[in-house]
Design a binder for this molecule. Structure first.
Ligand code: LMR
Length: 397
């Protein structure tokens, strides 16, 4: 049976982790997979997580099943975190949330729901988008197309082209939007652009699917949720997939959630039963541990305050590295403008070098980034940022 199966190519992002680990060179720099790192290059367990974890374990008396919907308290806390206290859609009973195995699980459950509701559905993703969006969403059976998004000339959003593309979509088309910290470009919509997209989506009857994997790492916890909150209040139907991997540092615990906003409490209830069925048929129940930790943090004022501070530290470090990277690149490669890096948000930027130059950076300088020249800004450190800038200068001149 299995003889016919061919070897798959390495994952474009995760494949780099193995290559980096195998490189013995002391100068190596990991700008590949999107994990936060401190100035020592470590991805530590957050203090709030350690404390919450101790409390959860001390209290836990059983490992029996929770439920396909996951931890109900976590789901409620995530709704508050994502939509804010007293959001009108939540108050109107139009929102249902299911815990999922990470942001990936949330995206896939959402795609399965769309496919169930409308088997001919097409999801439209930005050009470019996170590499894993493509297999993750199309694995459900829905089709995928692309709309214009990134403007390499400015390092910002080509908003005119984006709007022109969305304007042509048929009613009911699903549009995947990055809630904040666009992966892979770091180019986000401004608040006024979110409002313009909302007006278009309302007029054209589109269904937004917002992927928010970096809440708190862009501008602020509430600020980063601006688009999700605006859309949930202004539209009859929205899907929002969120991840706790980055902002809670819970990567391996696979903690995320999917919220679905629908027109009435009755349809919201029906949707929840469908979500539960989808979960049951794919993985039965999500893993509990990470969600229990997040629930503990979000419902305990002291832990929440500690977590807010820790998210702020991560966000400020990334913003500082963006400024420093621009300064170092201006020193090393003054003929080229990298100032867009400081205008972008979140972990990622496109460096804007060719595939061959990416290879040269990897092979000659031991600097790892994905083939499309996406860099994880958080992988830079005070002791490698000048080395990085000098190496980039060598390959671009
Ligand atoms: C990334 O984009 O590097 C992260 O979201 C990790 C992943 O799963 O790809």
């Amino acid at each position: 049976m299995f003889e016919r199966l061919e070897r798959m190519p390495d994952d474009p992002i995760l494949g780099l982790m193995a290559a980096y680990r195998a490189d013995p060179d002391a100068r190596k720099v990991d700008l590949g997979v999107g994990v936060y790192r401190n100035d020592k290059g470590e991805t530590p367990v957050l203090d709030a997580v350690r404390k919450a974890e101790a409390a959860v374990l001390a209290r836990q008396t059983s490992k029996t099943y929770v439920a396909p919907v996951g931890n109900a308290g976590f789901n409620q806390s995530m709704e508050k975190l994502v939509f804010g206290e007293g959001h009108p859609a939540v108050q109107a009973g139009r929102v249902r949330t299911i815990q999922a195995p990470g942001g990936c699980g949330a995206l896939r459950v959402g795609a399965e729901l769309v496919h169930l509701a409308y088997p001919d559905a097409t999801v439209h993703v930005s050009t470019p988008t996170w590499a894993n969006h493509v297999p993750l969403l199309t694995g459900s059976g829905i089709k995928l197309e692309r709309y214009a998004y990134y403007d390499a000339a400015t390092g910002g959003v080509n908003f005119g082209a984006m709007m022109e593309g969305l304007e042509k979509l048929p009613k009911g088309a699903v549009v995947l939007l990055h809630g904040c910290c666009h992966n892979p470009t770091g180019a986000d919509l401004s608040e006024s652009q979110w409002r313009d997209v909302l007006a278009l989506v309302q007029r054209r009857g589109l269904v937004p699917f917002i992927d928010m994997a970096y809440q708190g790492l862009g501008t602020g916890i509430a600020e980063d949720a601006f688009g999700a909150r605006l859309f949930a209040a202004g539209l009859p139907e929205v899907l929002v997939a969120v991840s706790c991997s980055k902002n809670f540092g819970l990567y391996r615990e696979r903690t995320g959630a999917l919220s679905v906003i629908s027109q009435t409490p009755a349809s919201a209830e029906a949707i929840l039963t469908q979500l539960v069925r989808i979960a049951r048929t794919m993985y039965s129940m999500p893993p509990d541990h990470g969600a229990a930790i997040v629930q503990e943090i979000l419902t305990n004022d002291t832990l929440r305050g500690l977590w807010v501070d820790e998210v702020g530290t991560m966000r400020n470090r990334i913003a500082g590295l963006r400024t420093e990277a621009v300064a170092q690149l201006a020193r090393a490669a003054p003929q080229r403008d990298f100032s867009f890096i400081a205008r972008q948000r979140g972990m990622f930027s496109y460096l804007g070098v060719t595939r061959d130059q990416v290879r040269e950076l990897r092979e000659k300088h031991h600097i790892y980034m994905t083939d499309d020249s996406r860099i994880n800004i958080a992988g830079l450190k005070s002791d490698n940022i000048a080395y990085f800038a000098d190496a980039v200068a060598q390959v671009v001149t």
